[in-house]
Design a protein around this ligand. Structure first.
Ligand code: NAD
Length: 369
């Protein structure tokens, strides 16, 4: 069996604590499923600044490019607040995303039955929710040129950002969304503002053409992004996969995430282009940050990182059964009443990061007899 190379970048704050729980699941996979990973660790964010003066060293970048997948904990913290803008911990993340060419960001918003009350929406609106948001990650207004703030001769300033998309950028992220929908409920909502933006007109045109050419088995609906924001709150069950640009995706994915009510439960994947063998560069990370306020206390919720690892198994290694097992184990442990502090509710048992990890590994044992 060829080893699957995993570059693990625990990062800062709670990153190492939650990643330690992934390590235990990886050990369980070796022990019980005969699946081995070539686990390599590197530094990213503040930890890399302390060691190398940069948030991601060239060596780590080379390791990331050579790996089959990258797992990232979280980066940042008050210790590095004074670091120059281009060297701050988050710049390491941006370098990884850019050099790995990660153009599609996948953010599932899943409401586990046991946590249905954690949402601010009524249980009947969010129960059983399972949405996948696909956000274009490397184009659009966050990167478009020209940009800047200029002083005006008549006084005051003018700020400029440019929203720009080309056909290939829309098509490649569109393909990711259609492929995902094929393995889910077969529906894609493509969201833009074609009513007021040319980029929206092109987005709609390209998505329509791609659908017709290659994905007519999937249902495609176009929706204005502002309407999507409303519909996510009104009737989120109508959605399966939502694909949208960088700016709208930033906002809509946070909105959808909050339908689930809890930052400690949210995984993500960022994917690059497929090579000739169909393999993609990919990085998996929890949505939350380094949570410096709770770092080192063994109270962080490891579920977001464990669920990110499940996405890694699913999308980088085609290990659907193992990904399902991890997701089911997390679900069952929550259903059994265990909670880390962030998702604690009345009548439940509050447990540490380590005990949550223990319980999930034990549940994996139980699930596989
Ligand atoms: P954060 O996500 O780190 O924390 C927000 C709140 O949620 C905190 O109260 C924290 O304790 C809690 N929280 C987050 N994850 C949790 C978990 N797994 N279990 C329990 N509670 C959890 O966001 P922030 O406080 O705005 O940022 C802290 C640092 O993280 C900053 O330096 C920021 O730049 C960085 N950050 C990094 C990433 C990343 O690495 N992808 C993302 C967001 C923020």
């Amino acid at each position: 069996m060829t080893a699957k190379t995993l570059l693990v970048l625990p990062g800062d704050g709670i990153g190492p604590e939650v990643m330690a729980q992934v390590r235990r699941v990886v050990e369980w996979l070796a022990r019980r499923r005969n699946v081995t990973f070539d686990w390599r660790e590197g530094l990213a964010g503040g930890a890399a600044i302390d060691a190398h003066g940069v948030p991601v060293s060239d060596e780590t970048m080379a390791d990331a490019l050579a790996a089959d997948a990258v797992m990232l904990g979280a980066v940042g913290g008050p210790k590095w607040d004074g670091v120059a803008y281009e060297k701050r911990p988050e710049a390491g993340l941006l370098r990884l995303r850019k050099e790995l060419g990660l153009f599609a960001n996948l953010r599932p918003a899943v409401v586990f039955d046991a946590l249905v009350d954690a949402s601010t929406l009524k249980p009947e609106v969010v129960k059983g929710l399972d949405i996948m948001i696909v956000r274009e990650l490397t184009g659009g207004v966050y990167f478009g040129e020209p940009r800047g703030i200029h002083e005006l001769p008549e006084g005051g300033f003018k700020a400029v950002n440019t929203q720009a998309y080309s056909s290939y950028e829309i098509e490649r992220v569109g393909r990711v969304a259609f492929e995902l929908a094929r393995k889910r409920k077969g529906k894609v909502h493509s969201c833009e503002k074609a009513n007021v933006m040319e980029t929206g007109v092109l987005w709609r045109r390209e998505m329509t053409a791609l659908h017709k050419a290659s994905y007519s088995d999937v249902t495609l609906e176009h929706m204005y992004a502002d309407n999507c924001a409303m519909q996510l709150l009104r009737n989120p069950h109508q959605f399966d996969v939502i694909v949208t640009d960088n700016l709208f995706g930033d906002i809509l994915s946070d909105e959808a995430a909050m339908l689930t009510g809890s930052l400690g439960m949210l995984p993500s994947a960022s994917l690059g282009a497929a090579d000739a063998d169909g393999k993609r560069k990919a990085m998996y990370e929890p949505v939350h940050g380094s949570a410096p306020d709770i770092a080192g206390k063994d109270i962080a919720n490891p579920c977001a990182t464990l669920l990110s690892f499940a996405m890694c198994l699913r999308y980088s290694f085609d290990m659907m059964a193992e990904a399902d097992l991890i997701e089911t184990a997390v679900q069952n442990v929550l259903a059994g009443g265990l909670r880390t502090a962030d998702i604690m509710s009345k009548g439940m048992a509050k447990v540490s990061t380590t005990v949550m990890g223990d319980s999930i590994v034990r549940e994996l044992d139980k699930l596989t007899g």
